[in-house]
Design a protein around this ligand. Structure first.
Ligand SMILES: [Zn+2]
Length: 407
């Protein structure tokens, strides 16, 4: 069942015009007018493909194609149509529209699968307007309470529920866990592994776990002139040494371990004042829970060691975490077989970025498919993809989806 690459590309390009930015990206923050426009376009196409569209109370959109055994849990595939501010045009859209192309191909060939197929567009995958990310799939999986999601406010005070109603996408279907036969998500890699290795398809076998901490170090505010060096309790010096130590942690643990300090604020922030308080974030990720625990211990050790050296008080706050999620070997095998049928080079890998597949995996067997993106760049207008890579991904998704729908 060959997909139609021209039709697929046309749909991708049409979707990329919704919220298009001058720099070639898209601006489709969750529950904005641009998000509504993208949803309307997807709904229109779902109707054209004779799909039965259901919208749940979180605004998640499920476009369903009947199967021979219509009560069987569906073979699901999808991703998200929202974006980060000035994001790329492939992140998310690729997974939704490739699933649509797979279904259009099945329609062309009048193939009926055993299970129904559902294409999903998850609400608020990205999260910058209404944190955290992956809220639509998180509520669907029962991991985030609906009320908590509804009450989230953006930086201007607008409430998630009000915005969802404003754009007309608060649906009737309950957003509660239900079994799914399988879940597949095609996505650009958002990293450089495939492109650097010249591999066409990534078979994603899991998603890294993540730990977010906020560290506060407190010293003593004082005059930068009269205070002798040996009497200082400089919170920024303690923080700087700690951050440098955190940079060294990944290499002690695993070549694929990553750790980042991405936020830092200091007080009072004046040229002639010794800083008395510094707060910074820590983000670390890996696939092994034991190494995640070890990293946490090493971060704590570094914080306490450097605090003692500078005579500071410290506080370490947990601000979020997710455990590593291993995907299903059977679904990954269906992806591998699809690659082999089409003669594409492939490799197994884990995703270091979060995706809705993480929550979908709580409800049924799941896996993801990655295709290379130019220079490994994403969450930026510069994000780009070679169309041949995208079409290969779409082909693999279509084949693997049919295998799962017939399983
Ligand atoms: Zn994405």
């Amino acid at each position: 069942m060959p997909i139609n690459p021209v039709r697929f590309r046309q749909s991708m390009e049409e979707m990329a015009r919704v919220g298009a930015t001058k720099g070639g990206g898209v601006n489709r923050l969750t529950l904005t007018d641009a998000d509504k426009e993208a949803r309307d376009l997807f709904a229109l196409w779902a109707g054209d493909a004779d799909l039965d569209l259901r919208i749940d109370e979180m605004g998640n959109m499920f476009a369903r194609r009947s199967g021979r055994e219509d009560d069987a849990p569906p073979a699901m595939a999808g991703s998200h149509l929202d974006s980060v501010p000035n994001g790329g045009r492939f992140d998310g859209s690729l997974g939704v529209l490739a699933a649509l192309e797979a279904v259009r191909t099945l329609n062309d060939e009048s193939i009926v699968t055993r299970r129904p197929i559902e294409i999903v567009n998850w609400t608020n995958e990205e999260g910058p307007r209404f944190p955290p990310s992956m809220v639509g799939s998180g509520v669907f999986a029962g991991a985030i309470p609906l009320e908590a999601a509804y009450e989230t406010r953006d930086s201007e005070g607008a409430r998630f529920l009000d915005e969802l109603e404003r754009i007309g996408y608060r649906g009737d279907a309950p957003c509660t866990p239900r079994p799914i036969g399988s879940y597949l998500e095609l996505h650009i890699e958002q990293g450089p592994v495939l492109v650097n290795e010249g591999v066409q398809v990534g078979i994603v076998e899991g998603i890294f776990g993540l730990t977010w901490l906020r560290v506060t170090m407190k010293g003593e505010r004082d005059h930068a002139g009269p205070t002798p060096m040996h009497l200082r309790r400089d919170a920024l010096v303690g923080a700087a040494r700690t951050i440098a130590a955190i940079r060294e942690i990944p290499e002690k643990l695993h070549p694929e371990f990553v750790a980042t300090v991405g936020e830092l604020s200091l007080s009072p922030g004046a040229i002639n004042v010794i800083p008395d308080e510094v707060t910074f974030s820590v983000d670390f990720r890996h696939s092994e829970p034991e190494l995640m625990n070890e990293a946490r211990n090493l971060v704590e050790e570094a914080v306490h060691r450097e605090a003692e050296r500078e005579n500071l008080e410290v506080e370490i706050q947990d601000v979020g975490s997710s455990t590593p999620t291993a995907f299903d070997a059977g679904v990954a095998q269906a992806v591998r077989s699809a690659c082999e049928e089409s003669g594409y080079s492939h490799r197994s890998m884990w995703s270091a970025a979060g995706h809705d597949a993480r929550y979908a995996a709580d409800l049924g067997p799941a896996a993801m498919i990655f295709v290379p993106c130019v220079a490994g760049k994403s969450h930026s207008e510069e994000e780009d993809m070679d169309w041949e890579d995208g079409c290969r991904g779409c082909d693999v998704l279509a084949r693997a989806l049919v295998k799962m729908a017939d399983s």
